[in-house]
Design a protein around this ligand. Structure first.
Ligand SMILES: Cc1cc2nc3c(=O)[nH]c(=O)nc-3n(C[C@H](O)[C@H](O)[C@H](O)COP(=O)(O)OP(=O)(O)OC[C@H]3O[C@@H](n4cnc5c(N)ncnc54)[C@H](O)[C@@H]3O)c2cc1C
Length: 477
């Protein structure tokens, strides 16, 4: 099979590109090395839809951030992705930081960020009573939001699959060759032929670029570590609370999450690669110390999880988006605000492919929406109705988050079926609560084994190899 387009990597960027391209009459393959989508930076980040005052005016990053932010609300509504437009504050704690806030306001104005305001100390404390009284003012950007980052990715990918895109999981790209008028992509599962390639391989996008072109940029993997706090800490912030950006990035933030928790982090530390996602004592101590400047009263005894994500930082402050070789598009080095910019980057990708000669004919009625039952968000009447249609919605499996068996079974039979407990977590939300799956984990395992008709021994926690149960036979294998 000769594909029109092969997309390498299915984080939010590859998934958004697949979503946009799947609206056209094209044969699309998505090649993802992991056993699920959203397994890289797209599942481990701050989950903020940035307003767009941070990037340098005139850059692609500035344009695509503001455009992506404007697109997010409607897209999330259409795709049943959790999103809240809560606005963000950049807090200033000194005269020089007040100057930075003014500069950010000017930059935001040039970038086209709507409705920003510079707030006085009194206004900040009225909006955010838990903020340190050392605060001197802030930049308020009401267009900023928070999103479910893996749901955003999964939703784009699922719709692409419903429109006919082929999702090839566990398919690692190992080499690429040009053969007269198309590419031959060597993978661990044989060759894939495609006329056009989109490189959306995140931290590995530099390596993929170098398979077809000279090295022109360098990815410098950089880890950010976080605390996720129990819902009892959620009232500490109503908006996303940033500190003034510095040479290490956007600084440590305190923010509500779409799940009703509070997130605190990240730090920024150079690491060797995408798999360097462990938490460190020094990193967590740094996060606590820095966050105390913004919100002093956070009680870290209420932390329910730590995690870390790896940024695909570049040796320049810009996305690497463009034609790298004939019929080959880089969507590379997409660091923050990549999540915010994803739908706009996808439109840019379509434009670049078209300029490279890809013929685009729109499908008559492509799928552009996705329905997803969030049982706990239904009214009592709606709950009764769905339980009458399917009694599995009447059986709560995850007690912390009130996730029902019906939602878990829906996830298992969704367009990109998950094979792990964490895959179910990212789709249905089970295991995200205070006990972090301590109660529901074994029940989800049973349901997965039952629905997939496999042995419970075969069920994974997360990536390939992360088996949960063992028996003597398996030990010998
Ligand atoms: C700590 C941190 C905080 C952030 N906070 C924010 C934020 O609040 N707001 C925001 O807008 N952005 C934020 N970002 C940035 C955002 O997360 C990224 O820009 C975005 O997730 C990048 O998506 P991606 O698809 O390019 O990369 P990824 O999500 O990493 O996806 C790349 C995919 O390519 C696959 N792959 C790699 N190599 C191969 C291969 N050889 N063959 C096949 N597949 C391959 C990987 O398995 C992976 O699934 C943050 C990032 C980090 C790390």
């Amino acid at each position: 099979m000769m594909y029109d387009v092969a997309i390498i990597g299915c984080g939010v960027i590859g998934a958004a590109a697949a979503f946009e391209l799947s609206k056209y009459k094209l044969n699309i393959a998505v090649l993802e090395k992991e056993n699920d989508v959203a397994m890289g930076a797209s599942r481990a980040n701050s989950a903020i839809i940035h307003a767009g005052y941070d990037p340098e005016p005139g850059t692609l990053m500035a344009r695509l951030n503001v455009q992506g932010c404007a697109m997010a609300e409607q897209l999330c509504k259409d795709l049943s992705v959790p999103y809240e437009k809560i606005g963000s504050l950049v807090l200033a704690f000194s005269e020089s930081e007040l100057e930075t806030v003014k500069k950010l306001y000017d930059r935001g104005t040039q970038n086209g960020v709507p409705d920003m305001r510079i707030l006085s100390k009194e206004e900040v404390l009225q909006m955010e009573p838990e903020v340190s009284h050392e605060v001197m003012g802030a930049l308020y950007a009401p267009s900023a939001g928070i999103v479910g980052p893996w749901e955003y990715t999964i939703a784009f990918a699922e719709v692409a699959v419903q429109n006919g895109a082929e999702m090839k999981l566990r398919t690692r790209v190992e080499g690429i060759e040009w053969a007269d008028n198309h590419y031959v992509i060597h993978t661990n599962h044989g060759d894939v032929e495609a006329k056009y390639i989109v490189n959306a391989a995140g931290v590995n996008s530099g390596k993929i670029h170098e398979m077809v072109a000279e090295k022109t940029f360098e990815i410098r993997p950089n880890r950010g570590e976080y605390y996720v706090m129990d819902k009892c800490e959620a009232a500490r912030a109503k908006h996303t609370l940033f500190q003034c950006p510095n040479e290490n990035g956007k600084g440590v933030l305190v923010s509500p999450t779409v799940g009703g928790n509070l997130i605190v982090g990240p730090n920024a530390e150079g690491v060797s690669g995408e798999n360097d996602t462990h938490n460190t004592a020094s990193g967590m101590a740094f996060v606590q110390k820095m966050a105390a400047k913004s919100v002093p009263a956070i009680n870290y005894r209420n932390s329910i999880r730590n995690f870390a994500g790896v940024r695909a930082n570049l040796n320049k402050d810009e996305f690497q988006i463009g034609v790298a070789a004939k019929q080959f598009i880089d969507l590379a080095g997409i660091k923050s605000p990549g999540l915010s910019s994803a739908p706009a980057i996808a439109l840019e990708c379509v434009k670049l492919l078209c300029e490279e000669g890809l013929a685009l004919e729109r499908k008559e009625n492509p799928v552009t929406t996705r329905q997803h039952i969030h049982f706990r968000k239904l009214s009592p009447e709606e709950k009764q109705k769905v339980i009458a249609e399917n009694p599995l919605y009447g059986r709560v499996i995850c007690r912390c988050e009130t996730i029902t068996e019906g939602e878990i079974v829906d996830a298992i039979h969704s367009p990109i079926p998950p094979c792990s407990i964490d895959g179910i977590k990212r789709r249905a939300g089970s295991g995200l609560g205070r006990c972090q799956g301590g109660f529901c984990g074994p029940r989800v395992l049973d349901i997965l084994a039952r629905e997939l008709k496999v042995s419970p021994l075969d069920i994974l926690q997360d990536k390939d190899g992360s088996f949960i149960l063992m028996n003597e036979t398996k030990k010998e294998v």
